[in-house]
Design a binder for this molecule. Structure first.
Ligand code: URA
Length: 436
């Protein structure tokens, strides 16, 4: 075993590390033999100096080897996993999992909690009274076989080195690094036995990668890792220059997801989810691309996807009537006020990260790992880039604990909007796809 201090020194000086050296730091840290300060120094050296392809492969392999794997051998349908690198109003998983299940595929999704300005699927689902996200591997597998989908918390045994290193990266400003994110994302995907990995690599103000070029480099790194493992993966570089959907919160996201699952809320969230559902069918069911999109739309409009969501909620202990009347079932904030535009003109840019941070300040997210969240509060922002705003006219709603919080959030959201006199171009939804 290499000495962790020597490994940090070599990376600091820009020398390439061997697989053994990387394993000694990663596995040593997961076993609590390497202290936080050395692991932090390693992360910062790797962040600044970068990791080449061999080093990224070694880091990924070490993370996978740090724990158990979930082969999902007992699931008979074609299995697809979908992962987003994190964004604002990103409810794709909530819609995609039941939609894919209703189309004959299986989704065993291990999700995370919101951290920083980004929301977390587990926090959203836990807004449903009774919903349980802690499933044993056996429960998860059984549910996926019976219902077609399950969304659960990542277990402690699965890729524990990523859990430990991700928390440390969050605390040491070492998150937005292509090799570190690629290894983190892909170690979790490679540890689960699926037939297809779909990656949603976000680019823009609400994402870790601020430009499509940076996001594309991350997509390429992830797809290269999948290829090296002999696994099938498709990565889309998608727009996060504004919140994807309209709701930034937890209960509010569930309301929006149920409306999309009913086929009653067209827009960017529905479109992107349909794009992923189509890609999964083409790859796994060999569906013709034009039929794939149509089949996915029909699964929404016929209510079949919503029915899969109901079965998933019920299987995980949640109140299934959330699909019939989400507003009646989900917790409501004490104050709900219109969010009015404070200027007239065209919406040209949204600082989506600032919108996410405003939702955190309302109580919808956590400032530190383990903080409690308030599932009822959040922001609904209906305006999208290219829309016309009128001063004093509503562009959404603020759901808050009291009037003071609501007023502060209204001002903060308006401050996050750039409004111009001329109509700007609407950004594309998907910049490009990459395949392995
Ligand atoms: N999502 C992950 O799983 N890991 C990262 O490093 C960033 C986003």
């Amino acid at each position: 075993m290499a000495d962790a201090r020597d490994v940090v020194g070599r990376k600091r000086d820009g020398q390439p590390l061997t697989e053994d050296e990387i394993r000694s730091v990663v596995l040593g840290y997961a076993r609590e033999e390497v202290p936080d300060y050395l692991a932090s120094a390693f992360l910062m050296a790797a962040f600044i100096r970068g990791l080449d392809t061999d080093e990224t492969v070694a880091l990924t392999r070490a993370m996978v080897d740090s724990g158990a794997t979930l082969p999902l051998d007992g699931v008979s349908r074609p299995k697809v996993d979908k992962h987003s690198t994190g964004g604002v109003a990103d409810g794709v998983t909530l819609v995609f999992a039941p939609l894919a299940a209703s189309l004959g595929m299986a989704v065993a999704k291990l999700s995370g909690r919101g951290l920083g300005h980004t929301g977390g699927t587990l926090d959203k689902l836990e807004a449903i009274p009774g919903f349980r996200t802690e499933l044993s591997p056996q429960e998860l597998e059984r549910q996926v076989e019976e219902v077609g989908c399950a969304v659960a918390a990542q277990t402690k045994d699965l890729v524990p080195a990523d859990g430990a290193l991700y928390a440390l990266r969050d605390a040491t400003a070492t998150v937005p690094s292509v090799p570190l994110i690629a290894a983190s994302v892909m170690s979790k995907k490679l540890a689960v036995g699926t037939d297809l990995i779909l990656l949603d690599v976000k680019a823009g103000s609400g994402a870790f990668m601020k430009t499509p070029e940076e996001a594309d480099a991350l997509a390429a790194a992830c797809v290269d890792l999948a290829r090296g493992w002999g696994r099938s993966a498709r990565a889309a570089v998608t727009d996060m220059s504004q919140p994807l959907g309209e709701s930034v919160g937890n209960a509010l996201d569930i309301v929006e997801a149920v409306e999309v699952l009913r086929g009653g809320r067209p827009g960017r969230l529905a479109d992107l989810t349909l794009e992923f559902a189509a890609a999964a069918q083409v790859a796994l069911l060999k569906t013709d691309p034009t039929d794939a999109r149509r089949r996915a739309e029909e699964a929404l409009s016929s209510g079949e996807a919503l029915e899969s969501f109901r079965r998933m909620v019920e299987a995980q202990g949640g109140d299934p009537s959330v699909v019939d009347d989400p507003v009646a079932v989900l917790p409501a904030a004490p104050v709900a006020v219109p969010l009015d535009a404070d200027r007239t003109g065209y919406l040209a840019e949204v600082d989506a990260e600032a919108v996410g941070r405003t939702a955190v300040a309302l109580g919808a997210g956590r400032r530190r790992k383990g903080d409690p969240i308030d599932p009822s509060v959040g922001i609904v922002l209906r305006a999208k880039v290219g829309d016309r705003l009128e001063e004093g006219k509503p562009i959404g709603e603020i759901h808050a604990r009291d009037e003071k919080f609501a007023a502060a959030a209204s001002a903060a959201v308006n401050a996050a909007l750039t409004v111009t006199d001329s109509r700007p171009e609407r950004p594309p939804l998907v910049y490009r796809w990459r395949d392995a």
